[in-house]
Design a protein around this ligand. Sequence first.
Ligand code: SAH
Ligand code: ZN
Length: 407
Amino acid sequence: MVMRRNTCRVCNGISFTKVLSLGEQPPANNLTQPGKEDEEKYPLDVYICGDCGYVCLLDIVPKDALFRNYLYVSSTTKTLPQHFKDAARRLSGLVESKPFVVEIGSNDGVLLRAFKEIGIKNTLGIEPALNVARIAREHGIETIGEFFSKGLAGKIAAEKGKADLVLANNVFAHIDDIDDAAEGVKALLKDNGFFVFEVQYLGYLIENNIYDMIYHEHLSYFSALVLEKFFHRHGMHISDVEKIATHGGSIRVYVKKGYGTRPDSLEKIISEEIELGLDKKQTYFTYAQNIEKQQQELVALLKKLKAQGKKLAGYGAPAKASTILNYCGIGTSLVDFIIDDSPHKQGLLIPGAHIPIHSRRHAGKENVDYFIMFAWNYMNEILDKENDFVKNGGKFIIPAPPFKIIP
Ligand code: SAH
Ligand code: ZN
């Protein structure tokens, strides 16, 4: 059952405009078991708040359906663990020695393991997906198997004391009640502590016409402009912000309690956002048109190759693949199968599109001519690994603009 939200998460406003519709889609990360192809579908429509410019989804898939058993395991790639190793080193510089670090959406413990490696062991993960929380615990990372909330934050603060650092990577946009989450962070954080989170960046999506980051888990598409307003309403302020390369383009946002002046980094990014028109509806209508064009170009390209007798398969089965395939209406008549290294995904189908997911070994026997690289945010890692495929004449199609065929 889909829930429909009527108020803005950022300003409580009620006047929304729909700027993009990707149709009805099943939840992108809930891969389908063969024989159970009658998935529930929900509208995947993007709205902008007329009062504050916040960009979001209003149709909400219940969080238990999305997150209790979660197929995304952060440590599957090489790129992300390395990113979080660097992050741990950097973030540890914000606090005194022996800090208490709490992470929201800690998944398999990828970041807290990196903290542990550099000697910061007083950590706590909060991860509602019990299957991935278990992996974190196996690595010695204490993890609470619950959704973060103000209530839980109060309990942790009472039992373990307040935190020096509260971290939340690629999860803040997944939370519907961000008022409760922000109050929870406040309750949990020491007065001089930092709340640091990484989130996919709206400016990056708009500037590059990327749409495959849009799926039901991602309820918010944040700009710094909107985040500043949001934290102000909660008596907090952004003390620094930086662009990072994760998932194509993200921002890392540093938040402190109390009110403060705009740091230069925030001033700069906000002026870029105004220049880009992130606060204007028209920007999103243009974006929607560009995406429709992309859809047509991709389908035309795949049909052309198929007509030439080429064998097409997908590389990587991230949630992004599901958004593209369902929006473009691409199924097994064009793409025979998709390979993914994650054993959690192999043997299952892309929801909606019903394309089967296999291991790399399977593809070896299939004489693939073109791989559509759905995991394009790991392009370098994949190209390194697939040197032989390319040497033997194989090609990759990058489905994010600018469309590229490599080599
Ligand atoms: N931080 C990791 C995982 C991101 S995926 C990384 O950056 O790679 C998002 C994670 O947040 C999932 O593991 C999901 O189960 C978890 N999550 C979703 N909603 C949550 C909530 N309300 N509180 C805590 N964790 C949540
Ligand atoms: Zn608003």
